[in-house]
Design a protein around this ligand. Structure first.
Ligand code: NAD
Length: 263
């Protein structure tokens, strides 16, 4: 699928890796100026910029705002608007995970997961919305998770944050429904990115399995299609939401989980 995004500015949080990087590439391929964000050393950030630049005709920039810092998030949006004129597409994608029974869950991990996976989307959206409203155009895509729809053991903070972002998505959509601003959530199942690789490695160690056997075990437990959703498939969905077919889709949660949430 292609969508003409020329003249549009897309800001993707957490796009130095995984799903965010694939979405950044998709937007760049379709003509948007892309602003990357995320953690990483200089080499990793440069590699992400190079990867996106290679498919871009409209330029790529980077903003290093930490999603734990509300002021930095708001400043990032203002800086992008000043440098590039607007934020037309905002993908709230940055996220972390921590797996641990609720009674042992470290309070600081709880706070960080809520801040990065949920509150950061509040701060970026509230900073971007006035500009979107004044231009009568905006596409906000919140990367939730199947864990925004169902629970799993040992993921209390993540499941709480992801259910929360689905609520935020609905309210953002309702408040802006007449302004040609849509807000939707995408809910992936297992995606083989660094975030999940840690969980595969932990299972491999716990069950004395090799990595591929552990990956298969994760799929068998949860994802009926028995395969990982790919970052590229998720990027296709994000592109659709920015194209003509997505223009009147708002407030939805799109499960891309191989049937996980249908059970
Ligand atoms: P990833 O680890 O590959 O990418 C996470 C990105 O977030 C990285 O760019 C990282 O630098 C950034 N990030 C983390 N903390 C940050 C901070 N404090 N400030 C700025 N950036 C920060 O993981 P991913 O799988 O691509 O995850 C992307 C999103 O998709 C997350 O919201 C995650 O919850 C969601 N998700 C992932 C899966 C999966 O199976 N991988 C499934 C459902 C939902």
């Amino acid at each position: 699928m292609t969508v003409n995004l020329s003249g549009k500015v897309a800001l993707v949080t957490g796009s130095t890796s995984g799903i965010g990087l694939a979405m950044a590439k998709m937007f760049a391929q379709n003509g948007a100026h892309v602003v990357l964000n995320g953690l990483g050393d200089e080499g990793m950030i440069q590699a992400a910029k190079d990867e996106v630049s290679a498919v871009s005709s409209c330029g790529v920039s980077y903003n290093g705002a930490n999603m734990l810092d509300a002021g930095a998030i708001q400043q990032m949006v203002l800086d992008v608007q000043t440098a590039h004129g607007s934020v037309d597409i905002l993908v709230n994608n940055a996220g972390i995970q921590h797996v641990c029974p609720i009674e042992d869950f470290p309070p600081q991990k709880w706070e960080d997961i809520l801040a990065i996976n949920l509150s950061s989307a509040f701060y970026s959206s509230t900073a971007a919305l006035p500009g979107m409203q004044s231009r009568n155009y905006g596409r906000i895509i919140n990367i939730a998770s199947v864990h925004g729809l169902v629970g799993s053991v040992e993921k209390s903070a993540y499941v709480a944050a992801k259910h929360g972002i689905i609520g935020l998505t609905k309210v953002t959509a309702l408040e802006n429904a007449e302004a040609n601003i849509t807000c939707n959530a995408i809910c992936p199942g297992w995606v083989r990115t660094p975030l999940v690789e840690k969980q595969i490695n932990a299972l491999a160690e716990k069950e004395q399995l090799d990595t591929e056997a552990a990956a298969k075990a994760l799929l068998l437990e949860k994802e009926p299609s028995l395969r990982f959703t790919t970052p590229e498939e998720l990027a296709e969905a994000a592109l659709f939401l920015c194209g003509p077919g997505g223009a009147n889709m708002t407030g939805t949660s799109i499960a891309m989980d191989g049937g996980w949430s249908a059970r």
